[in-house]
Every structure is written in structure tokens, then in C-alpha cells.
Design a protein around this ligand. Structure first.
Ligand SMILES: Cc1cc2nc3c(=O)[nH]c(=O)nc-3n(C[C@H](O)[C@H](O)[C@H](O)COP(=O)(O)O)c2cc1C
Length: 355
């Protein structure tokens, strides 16, 4: 496993397993003398933590973290910053049924095939538990970008199954958090919640989409030709568990002609377009306009409803999973999306200063 780090100028190294003593991250390259916004880190950790509502797994982790290096008197020193997040509510015995079974749709078989060795407790390293460390480091980056450059990153649940909310251009984090499902459109949020709860009651789960809107990114971020903003965004986002697709603003334009896609200039005197049809990115470099994208998440595969699985000899067996699982990952994935975006943007911002 030699790819547990991401980023060049600002990098995050992830470590830990779902039922080991802890998960965490080491963030390297964070600018020195910056105040560490512990409240914002705590806020994003709380939005990600399990056990936060009837729509998330019942595993009850407080996700208290310790910051054990790289900070002196509340400010970054320029040294690597390490976050430790203990696992306090792992119930490993719930997973003993999975010791010799490969869950359909989970990473059990591929980890076994690759490493010939598998921590089956809570999915081990393949669990989204490890994203707690990414969120801690990324939330620190998010505060820095907001303070230094005014960058705003807002994600929200756009659809659950076939239920989707009307297009929104400027929801606030408060509006997003007003409902457990994290859809800022109240009526749709209610419908989504009922649908998830109905499926959960039947031992089932569901996926959907998250929209993310990034404002005030300065022009010039992104490194052609293999470090394009959109290429790296896809890497950061597709590293998040259960993400199966990314649309960086163009799917709706695929049937349009060149003239229909012509991006007419807006106000004179600086670069801006009337409709931002290229979604704030040209040639893999930010234009200074808003960047928006949509991620597709699959339904979690660990469900109580009976499924047919392979055992370790590849014989089919009936499986009803009895651990604690999320019926829909979207509400908890929102802070992961936002903070991973922040980590990428900080990396590209610091890199742009070296050009
Ligand atoms: C926040 C979050 C929570 C998740 N919770 C669960 C869960 O409770 N049960 C489950 O089977 N998968 C869950 N997943 C998805 C699995 O981690 C993921 O499907 C698995 O690692 C296989 O990887 P893949 O779907 O990316 O191929 C979750 C994902 C996220 C982002």
C-alpha cells in the first residue's frame, strides 16, 4: 500500500483501520504561522461522524481528535501536522460472520485477492472510517482558504434514489444542515428522509448524488498537462468510498452545438462570462468563476436484507448482515467532499506560488 498520500505541496497521509485503535492523518506543507481553526475542524468532524441521526449508522463515535504535532501556541509551525482519532465504539464481534465471506459490492474480495490477508472487522482499511483523518486535515485547509482567499465550498444532497431537489445556486451550510439528509430544499429533504427510513426498515439502502459549489477560487489554479484542476478533482473525489461518478459541469452540455456553448463575455474590465458555461475551468486551469460538480454515490452494500454472497471457497451462501451500517451515505459524505476539495485547492494554490 504505497498510495496512502495525496497532494504535492499540501499533502495528506492517511492511516488506520475501522476497528484498530485509531485512524488519523498527517498533513504536510500547511503554511506556517496560520491559526488552526479547531472549531471548524470540530464542526466538519461532527458532520461526518457516525451516530449523528436516524439516517446514519448507529456506531457511536464522538470523533474527538488530538493534534499531536506541527502546532505551537495555536499556530502552525510549518512541520507536519498529525491528527489522531481514536476508535472507541467498534464492535468487532458483529463482523465475525464476515471472516470467511466476501460481501457483494464491498471490498472484501479485492483486499483478500490483493493482500492475501484481510482485517474483516468493520471493513478494515476499506471502511469510510478512515475518512475521519482526511476531514480533519481538509477542514484545516478549508478555514485557511476562506480566511486568506475568501474561498467558499458548499456541498449538499442533490438526489436520493429518484427523488431530486430543484437546482440551487447558493445554499448556505446552515441551510444544508437544517435537515438531517443535508438537502437544503425542505420539502424534498422530508421526502428523501422518509424514503431512506422506509428502506432502512426493510433492511435496505440507497444511493444518490451530491452537488458541490466552489466560489472565489482565484484564476490560475491547475497544472497542465497532468495536474489539471479537473483531473485532480476527479482523483480526490473518486478516492472517497462509494463514489461512482463525477460530472464536472458538462453532462448537460454534451448535446449542444459549439454556437450554443459559446461563452459570451459578461462585464467589461475583467475575465467573466454571462453564463459560465465552462464551469470555471478552461485548459484545466481555474478562470476565477464558480466551479460546480456532481458526484454519484452508490447504495451501501452492507444491508440486513438477505443477499447471496460468496464464501471463501467461492460457494454461494445466503447472507444477512448484522453489523451497524449507513442506509445512505450522502449526509455523512457532505463534509468529506467539502474538505477533500479544500485539500486539493490548497495544494494547487501553494503550487501556483512556485510557478
Ligand atoms: C460516509 C460513508 C459511510 C459509509 N458507510 C458504509 C456502511 O455503513 N456500510 C457499507 O457497506 N458501506 C459504507 N460505505 C461505502 C463503503 O465504504 C464502500 O462501498 C466500500 O469501501 C467499497 O468501495 P467502493 O464502493 O468505493 O468500491 C460508506 C461510504 C461513505 C462515504
Amino acid at each position: 500500500m504505497a498510495r496512502n498520500s495525496i497532494g504535492k505541496q499540501f499533502s495528506i497521509t492517511s492511516f488506520g483501520e475501522s476497528h484498530g485503535p485509531m485512524v488519523g492523518s498527517v498533513a504536510d506543507g500547511f503554511p506556517s504561522n496560520a491559526t488552526i481553526d479547531l472549531d471548524h475542524i470540530r464542526y466538519q468532524m461532527n458532520r461526518r461522524r457516525p451516530g449523528q441521526s436516524s439516517l446514519s449508522t448507529d456506531r457511536d463515535e464522538t470523533d474527538d481528535f488530538s493534534l499531536v504535532s506541527g502546532v505551537f501556541e495555536g499556530k502552525s509551525t510549518g512541520a507536519p501536522i498529525t491528527f489522531l482519532i481514536p476508535n472507541t465504539d467498534a464492535r468487532s464481534k458483529d463482523y465475525s460472520q464476515l471472516k470467511d465471506i466476501f460481501r457483494p459490492g464491498h471490498a472484501d474480495y479485492t483486499y483478500q485477492a490483493k493482500y492475501k490477508n484481510r482485517d474483516y472487522r468493520g471493513g478494515g482499511r476499506s471502511s469510510a472510517r478512515v475518512t475521519a483523518g482526511w476531514v480533519a486535515a481538509g477542514a484545516m485547509a478549508e478555514s485557511y482558504l476562506k480566511e486568506q482567499l475568501g474561498i467558499e465550498i458548499i456541498a449538499y444532497t442533490q438526489s436520493v434514489g429518484a427523488i431530486s431537489c430543484p437546482p440551487l445556486t447558493a445554499p448556505t451550510k446552515e441551510q444544508v444542515d437544517a435537515h438531517a439528509v443535508r438537502c437544503p430544499h425542505a420539502e424534498t429533504a422530508e421526502e428523501m428522509q422518509q424514503y431512506i427510513e422506509q428502506l432502512k426498515a426493510h433492511g435496505d439502502s440507497i444511493g444518490g448524488t451530491i452537488n458541490c459549489i466552489i466560489k472565489n477560487v482565484p484564476a490560475g489554479l491547475g497544472e497542465p498537462v497532468f495536474g489539471k484542476f479537473n483531473a485532480l478533482l476527479a482523483q480526490y473525489m473518486m478516492s472517497i468510498n462509494a463514489v461512482k461518478s463525477i460530472d464536472i459541469g458538462h453532462a448537460k452540455n454534451l448535446l449542444k452545438t459549439g454556437s450554443e456553448l459559446s461563452d459570451e463575455p459578461g462585464n467589461a474590465g475583467y475575465w467573466n462570462t454571462k453564463e459560465n458555461k465552462n464551469n470555471g475551468l478552461l485548459g484545466g486551469i481555474s478562470t476565477g468563476e464558480t466551479i460546480a460538480f456532481t458526484l454519484g454515490f452508490k447504495a451501501p452494500s452492507s444491508i440486513a436484507k438477505a443477499q447471496t454472497a460468496f464464501d471463501s471457497d467461492f460457494n454461494p451462501i445466503s447472507l444477512e448482515i448484522n453489523g451497524r451500517h449507513d442506509p445512505c451515505v450522502l449526509p455523512r459524505a457532505i463534509p468529506i467532499v467539502e474538505t477533500m476539495c479544500a485539500s486539493l485547492i490548497l495544494d494547487l494554490y501553494l503550487e501556483s506560488k512556485t510557478n
